[in-house]
Design a protein around this ligand. Structure first.
Ligand code: EPZ
Length: 430
């Protein structure tokens, strides 16, 4: 079991390169199943969830080539790791429990398998630390597109001779269900209108990839997406957009430690709500088209209050990181988590570091203290583990974080990147 050990107290300085977005590359990998030729994906982050998804595609029979170094796309060879998926050898349409139970995003093969092969059997993903994570909206979307869907023995079983275009209206905004509907509708007969669609930038990136393969999609990034189904999607190439949550996590690290950093290969336009809240803490922020500089030298963050909500509002995936900042901020901040029912698992671990946090239902009230004190803590889910790393960067003494496999699901080489900014952080095998 590996652990991360951090010696707190170093203000971060320098530049850090942002990797491709986890929450874009996962649906995009699933979308390759829709094509009838190889699909080359660039700027792929080295994440455990990417390996799991590649394994799942391999299980289905697709050919997978991991291309370290450079890949060719847009007529240019570019540095950056790539994956080529060749779906022409797909033979199975069953996503097994052994893989699905480790990553709920596996549900995103449902729409592509159904649209391309007329059948899909996907294990129910089950819950996870942050909530029950139901998939009813995914199932309703497939049924709206004409699929027969049953749920039995822990599996979703879906079939359709040919999906047909329809109005798919979501009562609850769902990123994953919007993505499944978008992918399935791309090959359906006729026109589909997705209403109350999620607006996340990762959905726009997925749509851009599908359009590069020949899909006819308008409105991605708005609450109404119109998809005119086509007969087939060809092979092609796409480069994944930068990860806005990784970007936000590093910016919070700089704000908490009183440093100054620049994130490179990032997209300021995808995290306005995060940048605005960082400015409320007193951070000075300058942006250019592919970089963000945050300066908090010599200053302690002011406490901030916020509520998570679907994009473009403040993202739930940044809640734990801002809670860590509130722990050492000047003042009292209240945090309302409105998306997931149990996304405060990091609270008790932050309290072990001395944080003064009180939870009342879905709201946490954080009284900032001058300094946290290092201690052994345990990661429980991906973004909770990020908040513990952030807390360790400012805690007095040594913080040891256990179960960091959670961290490796969503952050590429985080200790190398933080070390490059001056942090005293190392990974040890315990
Ligand atoms: C995506 O999860 C992200 N994961 C999550 O990131 C992110 O927190 C979430 O969107 C919200 O932005 C990926 O993109 C791989 P939802 P997803 O469907 O699609 C309820 C991270 O840390 N719901 O938008 O699963 C659900 O319970 C991860 O990177 C239903 O009720 O989220 C939640 O309350 C964590 N029925 C709300 O909708 C459904 O069928 C929003 O969930 C589906 C969802």
């Amino acid at each position: 079991m590996q652990k991360i050990v951090i010696e707190g107290g170093v203000p971060l300085h320098g530049e850090v390169q942002i990797s491709g977005a986890k929450n874009a590359v996962l649906p995009i990998l699933c979308a390759t199943l829709l094509a009838d030729g190889p699909v080359e994906i660039g700027n792929v982050p080295h994440l455990h969830d990417v390996v799991t998804t590649a394994k799942l595609l391999g299980e289905l029979g697709a050919g997978i080539t991991i291309d370290e170094g450079t890949i060719e796309f847009d007529g240019r060879r570019r540095k950056g790791s790539g994956i080529v998926v060749d779906p022409r050898s797909v033979r199975s349409h069953i996503a097994p429990y052994e893989l699905v139970k480790t990553m709920r995003a596996s549900i995103l093969v449902l729409g592509p398998l159904l649209a391309k092969y007329g059948a899909a059997e996907v294990s129910l993903p089950g819950g996870c630390a942050i909530g029950s994570r139901p998939v009813d909206l995914h199932i309703k979307a497939m049924q709206a597109l004409g699929a027969e869907v049953t749920v039995e023995h822990g599996f979703i079983k879906a079939s359709a001779a040919r999906l047909r275009g329809a109005v798919v209206r979501f009562d609850v905004v769902s990123v994953g269900a919007t993505e499944n509907a978008l992918m399935a509708a791309s090959l359906a007969a006729g026109t589909t209108v997705i209403e109350n669609a999620a607006l996340e930038p990762e959905i726009v990136d997925l749509a851009d990839c599908l359009i590069a393969l020949g899909a006819d999609i308008e409105g991605a990034g708005t609450s109404q997406i119109v998809i005119r189904g086509v007969e087939r999607l060809r092979g092609g190439t796409h480069s994944v957009l930068p990860d806005r949550i990784e970007t936000g996590t590093f910016l919070v690290a700089a704000a908490m430690t009183g440093g100054r950093i620049t994130t490179l290969k990032s997209r300021p336009d995808t995290l306005h709500a995060v940048l605005e809240l960082l400015q409320e803490t007193g951070a000075v922020i300058e942006t250019q088209d592919d970089r963000i500089t945050l300066d908090m030298r010599g200053r302690r963050p002011r406490a901030v209050s916020f509520s998570t909500a679907p994009h473009p509002a403040f993202p739930t995936d940044m809640q734990a990181q801002f809670m860590a900042m509130n722990c050492i901020a000047d003042g009292v901040g209240t945090i309302a988590e409105t998306i997931f029912e149990n996304r405060f698992m990091h609270v008790q671990e932050l309290q072990r570091l001395g944080a003064d946090i009180h939870i009342d239902g879905h709201t946490a009230t954080v009284h900032g203290i001058a300094q946290l004190s290092g201690a052994p803590v345990m990661a429980t889910d991906l973004r909770a583990s990020a908040s513990l790393v952030l807390a360790g960067l400012v805690a007095e003494g040594e913080t040891i974080i256990d179960r960091i496999y959670h961290l490796d699901r969503g952050y590429e080489n985080i200790e190398e990147k933080l070390s490059g900014l001056g942090a005293r952080i190392r990974r040890v095998s315990a």
